[in-house]
Structure formats: C-alpha cells, structure tokens
Ligand binder design. Structure first.
Ligand code: C2E
Ligand code: CA
Ligand code: CA
Length: 528
C-alpha cells in the first residue's frame, strides 16, 4: 500500500477515534436511562389502564343497578312505564337514555316514548355491551349500550361516550389508550372504529375487565420516553455530555501526544540524535577492560542528553526501537573501527536488542555489516536480550540465533533474575552470558536472605556452565565479593561510568600497549 494512503487512513482513524470514545459513555448512559424511563412509563401505563378499567366498571355498575330496577317493567305498556324510564335518566348521571324491548322489538324509550324498532342482539358483545358510533339523535357521537334481558324481554341503557372520553383524556393524559368492546374500539378523540385497536406505544399493554366484556389497550405515546428523558433528567444528561467530552478530549490529547512522540522520535532518528555511550566491562581476574556495553543516549537539541529510560520504553512500544538500534550499531561501528588497534583480540561490544528485532533475518545482515568494520576476530559482538520481555521460541527465532552463533555473535541474557527464563530456554537459544541484574548485586552486604538469593543465582549460572557478568558494581565490597565467587566479568560505576565515544577512545588508548592515537584522530578525541 502506498505510504500516503496508509498515512491518510491513520489520520482518519485518529480523527474519528476520540469522537467514538467520547460518544461511548454518552450512548451507554442514554441506553441505561432510556431503559429506566421506559420501565417507569410502562409501570405507569399499566396503572393508568387499570384505573380506566375500574372507572368504566364503576359506570357500568351504576348502569347495571338502574337496569335491575327497570327490568321488571319490560313488557308492560309504554305509557305506564315512560315516567319510570325518565326517572332513571334523571337520577343516574351516566345514563343518557333508557329503553325497553320485548321479542327483540324496542317499543318504549325515555326519549321518544312509544316506538317500534328492531333490536339486533348479535351486535352486543356477550349479549351485553355495544359500542356504537352514534344514533339517529346524535350521529357520530359515541354511545355505550348496556343490555339485559330475560325471556325475550329486557332493558337497553345508553351511556354517553363523553364519559368514556373523559376517562381516557383525564386519567390517561400521557398515554394513548383505547377502550375496546367486541369488534369496536374508541380512543380519546371519541371516534368509534370497527377494527382491532392499534397497539400503540413502545411496550403495548392490554387489560380486560373481569366483570364486563370490554378491555383497555395502549401504552405511553411514541417519543414519550425521550420527552420524559429530556424533561426529568437534564442534570444527568448534562453530566453524561461532560463525561463524554472529557473522555473524548483525553483520548484526543493522548493520541496527539502519542503521534507527536512518534514523529519526534522519527525526527531525532533522521537528525542522527541517538548517540552511543560506552560502559566498560572489566575482567574480574585482572580488572582489564574486556569490552564495553553500548548504551543509547538521545542528544536532544533543547533538552540536552536524555536518559534511555525516558524514550526506550516508548520506542519499544511503537516499534521504532528497531531502526534506532540499527542506526546506533552503524554509528558505533563507524566511531570505534578507526581505533580497533587499541582493543584486545575478542573485545566485547554489547548491544541491547529487543524481541521485535528478532522477528526476521535482517538482524543477521546488520551484525555482519557491524563486524565487517573491524579486523576479523578483533571484536566479539554480544547481543543483550532482556529477561524481562522474553523472546518467543519459534523455528524462525531458533534458526536466527543458530545463524548468529555461526557468525561468531554471542548472546547475553540481560537483567537475569528478574524474568522467567527456564533452563530449556537458555539451552534452546544457546545463551552464552548471563548478566546478573544490578538489584541482586546491590544485595551484597545486605541481610542473609538477600545474600542467599545472589549466591543461588551465581551458583545456578556456574552449574549451567555460562559466563557471568555482574551489573551495577558500585562498591569495593561488591567487587571483592564477586571476585571471591568467581564471577567472570563486572560492570558498574566503580569501574567506569557510561561515557561518550571520545572519552572511551581516550581511556582505551591510555590502556593500550601503544597508547598513541592515530594522526588523523578528530580533535575531540585527542587528549587535551
Ligand atoms: P541495561 O541494559 O541493564 O543497562 C545497564 C544500565 O545500568 C545502564 O543504564 C547503566 O548506565 C546502568 N548502570 C551501570 N552501572 C551502574 C551502577 O553501578 N549503578 C547503577 N545504579 N546503574 C548502573 P542506562 O544507560 O540508563 O540504560 C538503562 C536501560 O535502557 C538499559 O538497561 C537498557 O535496558 C535500556 N537501553 C539502553 N540503551 C539501549 C539500546 O540501545 N537499546 C535498547 N533496546 N535498550 C537500551
Ligand atoms: Ca544491557
Ligand atoms: Ca541489565
């Protein structure tokens, strides 16, 4: 993939991620709140529907009481009973008209007196209730007709639809409820429909009367939950927005920091600001310099000399450590090679490498190129692999280490004692040196237990038949203790601190048998 496209993709990803991360708590919070609000609304709808059912039942109870009074009059001549019919209309607030029928013929009405109209019994749900959309007196005005009958005679009582509308509008003002009687239903607008009631709302509910053949359907209105959310929880919503913004901005800031660290390291690499420092490794037998460990420093244009602890962890994390090490090896070889004469045969040069560097065979070429700068056999290149982050044992890594060994490159296990390497790990990679971590060396002179740990590590190294380097030797007591325990090599401030190339070459020249620097030596290296 072309580099520009790759960069473009990374840029888009970095622009989108903070928004996504910021939106996540907002969305999660909204989903939780919405769930809570819906639950509350649903419970409220059920309670409201129950209230409507109770209210209509109370109306019908009152109507049924009137029907019981009038039922014995059914079949009697209309002129005799008209007054009694009208009396019930006057007495009962819910009843609009009272009617008597015999043999399915409506023959007497509180409104018209004697009439003659057929009664269609099949229209009544369970023979008892009919929700009408109006009659000849008030067309398009809902009516609920209550019917009782015995032996072909009976009573029809009409309830004005307004009473039902009032129940739907006043009790259920937030919900969209409908009253259903058989195949008819009506909503709060009072219009009667011949169909199944539409089950509105997010979580529709249906409640039926246990005493009369009607039911109440519906639920809270669509968007009601969102409206409740905004009106009831403004503070919580604002808090969610603030949290989302904070997290999004933190993510944006972190990404910017990461990308700026990366580009800052890239810039430093291009500007050749990573420079090698050298810390001598001395032989315990005679304290002569057996070699040196190369330690990276960042010669920052503004910050000055930066310690590796401040940038190596990030470079390892971002993968930039590989090109940085490659550049450091080249700079080390170019810097040291002209003074190879001052080095004893097999002078150790230790380079710290990471597991990432061992994922292909390019390390072989880099080591070959490094050794190519020196006369054959003059330098013994040692790759230091830390025990803290162990390299995975794979056919590829095993082959790589096999080939490195064939080339004469040695492998040291750095910070030994702090990780989890096993005996088989040491064997499989054919480790040549163990570098005992300085924390163990610092235990010398400490309590018995600490001393015992160090002794065990030294003893283990000896049993494994590996050469041992002790790091962080700072005192004479430590130096002598390690000498008594036949630790082959030592490294630490007591012997020498890490130093820049010029100081290292001068010190090396001073120790060599000739002691003279070549005539073309740069002024910086020439002794003042
Ligand atoms: P390390 O590989 O264990 O290197 C030894 C560290 O101990 C160095 O720290 C050295 O200056 C310090 N040291 C040596 N003698 C003494 C002593 O007597 N007392 C004390 N207190 N410290 C001593 P430095 O140079 O700051 O490096 C720190 C770490 O950074 C190194 O630990 C290594 O893990 C990493 N590092 C340095 N250069 C490179 C590099 O080029 N590549 C990689 N991957 N890591 C590097
Ligand atoms: Ca090291
Ligand atoms: Ca170490």
């Amino acid at each position: 993939m072309p580099l520009t496209l790759e960069r473009q993709r990374h840029r888009t990803w970095r622009a989108v991620l903070p928004w996504a991360v910021g939106a996540l708590p907002l969305l999660c919070g909204l989903v939780l709140l919405e769930w809570q609000v819906e639950r509350n609304l649903h419970e409220r709808s059920v309670a409201t529907a129950r209230q409507v059912v109770n209210h209509v039942e109370r109306i019908l109870d009152s109507v049924s009481a009137a029907a019981k009074i009038l039922a014995p009059l059914a079949g009697r001549p209309c002129a005799e009973v008209t007054l009694a019919l009208r009396e019930q209309v006057t007495r009962n607030a819910f009843i609009r008209s009272t009617n008597l029928f015999a043999n399915d013929i409506l023959y007497c009405s509180s409104l018209f007196g004697a009439i003659h109209e057929p009664v269609e019994a099949t229209r009544y749900t369970e023979g008892q209730l009919w929700l009408m959309d109006g009659n000849t007196v008030t067309p398009d005005h809902a009516l609920l007709v209550y019917r009782t009958h015995q032996a072909g005679r009976g009573v029809l009582l009409t309830v004005d639809g307004d009473h039902l509308i009032t129940a739907l509008q006043l009790i259920a003002n937030d919900e969209a409820l409908q009253i259903q009687v058989g195949t008819h239903w009506m909503g709060a607008d009072g219009r009667v429909h011949l169909s199944k009631p539409p089950l509105t709302g997010s979580t529709p509910i249906s409640l039926y009367s246990s005493r009369y053949p009607f039911g109440v359907h519906g639920g809270y209105r669509a968007h009601q939950s969102l409206r409740t959310l905004y009106s009831h929880y403004p503070a919580l919503l604002a808090l969610l927005c603030v949290i989302g913004t904070f997290i999004g901005m933190t993510c944006h800031w972190q990404l910017r920091r990461a990308s700026s660290s990366r580009s800052e390291l890239d810039r430093a690499l291009q500007a050749d600001e990573f420079t090698p420092y050298f810390q001598p490794v001395v032989r315990t037998s005679d304290y002569r310099w057996a070699g040196a460990e190369v330690l990276m420093r960042w010669q920052h244009p503004r910050e000055g000399l930066v310690s590796p602890d401040l940038f190596i962890p990030y470079a390892e994390h971002s993968g930039q450590i590989v090109p940085m090490t490659r550049a450091l090896m080249l700079r080390t070889a170019q810097g040291l090679a002209p003074y190879a004469a001052f080095m004893d045969e097999g002078f150790h040069i230790g380079i710290n490498i990471t597991a990432d560097h061992c994922q292909d065979f390019t390390l072989l070429d880099e080591c070959r190129a490094f050794l190519g700068f020196f006369p054959p056999g003059r330098v013994l290149l040692t790759l230091e692999l830390t025990e803290r982050k162990l390299l995975e044992v794979t056919p590829m890594t095993l082959e790589l280490f096999e080939k490195l060994h064939q080339m004469g490159v040695k492998i040291a296990l750095d910070d030994f004692g702090t990780g989890q390497s096993s005996l088989s790990y040491l064997r499989q990679f054919n480790i040549d040196y163990l570098k005992i971590d300085q924390s163990f060396v610092a235990m010398i002179g400490g309590d018995a237990l600490s001393q015992h740990i160090l002794d065990t590590i030294i003893e283990l190294s000896r049993k494994l038949d590996l050469a041992v380097v002790a790091e962080g030797v700072e005192t004479e007591a430590q130096r002598d203790y390690l000498a008594r325990h036949q630790v082959d090599l030592q490294q630490g401030y007591l012997h020498a601190r890490p130093m820049p190339l010029e100081a290292f070459i001068q010190a090396l020249a001073a120790r060599s048998s000739s002691g003279r620097l070549p005539p073309d030596t740069p002024a910086a290296i020439m002794p003042g």
